[in-house]
Write a protein that binds this ligand. Structure first.
Ligand code: NAD
Ligand code: GLY
Length: 365
């Protein structure tokens, strides 16, 4: 087992990484508050792993709340249902919530933990690659609104994150690859050696070879933990984690949140943002090619459907909650492993970069 500490001034916490950790009873007992525990999971993950977790919590006063699977469930109604369960079990301020699942379960359970009685203890047991390398670490919790994703939420750090890599055995290739997009992001924005390592080990990573996968997750969590420790509430450097996300969110919105998984849209978004960086002379030619090639080797899309409406994308970009009044704020690259937040792109530059990302007009990278 490896432990990565998220070194926050207040609320520092460990992320445990290892095979089979869900069943590590002592780990859970070490971090649970004395009150009752609500395990929140969904109807895909619960049949696979709930019994393992419950076994580890044997003797602890616990209740279960299962939500239906899927991003459309990340709503105020689902949040309300979790709060109902907390009230029904007479949970007090010494209660715990454990989120067992991917980022959807983690975000919504975390928001319930943040808001119930103004905050109860929250523990994460992430079961997708994306949740293990990104969503479970850093304390962003929330739900969607029909006007946009994650519009309502709170920062609420977990007391501990238990990453059991054994759970990845049941994850589909598509979901696994979507998680890899966020991993490539760490290399692209701040860790050039990690990026090169991924280039050298892409086949082993895709095959989920144990040592490679462990290193990949470990290095990703390290990157995330360092950023969060430096900037817990996204006042500065944490915004770099949004590399590819402005274009990605616009594409997700424009395609009705049904065509692409989040990681897939982020992959296309990163290629688009890199193209823009190259076109603006911020990074050297060939940068986009390296990113695009690695993502392709990871089975990820790198271009938008040719029929995607430019006007829709542009209006979604302006609606992006990261946009500021002075102009579109985008994370751009100065090199692989070096990124900046920049507001100096002209609309034309943005349009050109998107056009090149449209399938039919894909430029050589
Ligand atoms: P998800 O939670 O929808 O999980 C993806 C799919 O995999 C679901 O069908 C799920 O039931 C299934 N699944 C989960 N674990 C499994 C397993 N071990 N075996 C088989 N199937 C399994 O999606 P996700 O990609 O994990 O997370 C996406 C969500 O995370 C989005 O809502 C996004 O906004 C959020 N997110 C949050 C943060 C953050 O910092 N809080 C960061 C990134 C993403
Ligand atoms: N996933 C982006 C962040 O945690 O800030």
């Amino acid at each position: 087992m490896k432990t990565i500490n998220v070194e926050l001034e207040h609320n520092a916490y460990p992320v445990y990484l290892g095979h089979g950790l869900l069943s590590d009873s002592s780990l859970w007992r070490k971090h649970l508050a004395t009150g009752k525990t609500l395990i929140v999971s969904n109807d895909v993950v619960a049949p696979l792993y709930l019994d393992v977790l419950r076994g580890a919590l044997n003797g602890i006063d616990q209740e279960i709340h299962i939500i239906p699977d899927g991003e459309p469930m990340k709503t105020v109604e689902t949040w309300y249902g979790i709060v109902d369960s907390l009230i029904a079990m007479q949970a007090r301020r010494d209660a715990n919530i454990i989120a067992l699942g991917g980022g959807v379960v983690g975000d919504i359970s975390g928001f319930a933990a943040a808001s119930y009685m103004r905050g109860i203890r929250f523990l994460q047991a992430p079961t997708t690659l994306l949740a293990q390398v990104d969503a479970s670490v850093g304390g962003k919790t929330g739900i969607n609104h029909k006007q946009g994703k994650n519009l309502v939420g709170a920062f609420h750090q977990p007391a501990a994150v238990v990453v059991d890599t054994a759970t990845l055995a049941t994850l589909s290739a598509r979901e696994f690859n979507a998680g890899l997009a966020e991993v490539v992001k760490y290399g692209a924005i701040r860790d050039p050696r990690f990026f090169s390592w991924m280039e050298d080990n892409a086949a082993k990573i895709s095959d989920r070879e144990e040592a490679s996968l462990n290193y990949l997750i470990y290095r990703s969590i390290m990157n995330k933990a360092e950023i969060v420790a430096e900037d817990e509430k996204e006042a500065g450097v944490r915004a770099l984690l949004n590399f590819g996300h402005s274009f990605g969110h616009a594409l997700e919105a424009e395609t009705g949140y049904s065509e692409f998984l989040h990681g897939e849209a982020v992959a296309i978004g990163m290629v688009t943002a890199s193209r823009l960086s190259e076109a603006r002379g911020l990074c050297e030619p060939g940068t986009t090619g390296r990113i695009s090639e690695l993502l392709t080797r990871f089975g990820l899309p790198v271009s938008m459907p040719a029929q995607t409406e430019m006007s829709g994308l542009l209006s979604a970009l302006q609606l992006d909650k990261k946009a500021v009044a002075t102009g579109l704020r985008l994370v751009l690259l100065e090199a692989i492993g070096q990124s900046i937040v920049d507001s100096n792109s002209k609309q034309n530059d943005v349009v050109n970069a998107i056009e090149q990302s449209l399938g039919s007009k894909q430029a050589s990278t």
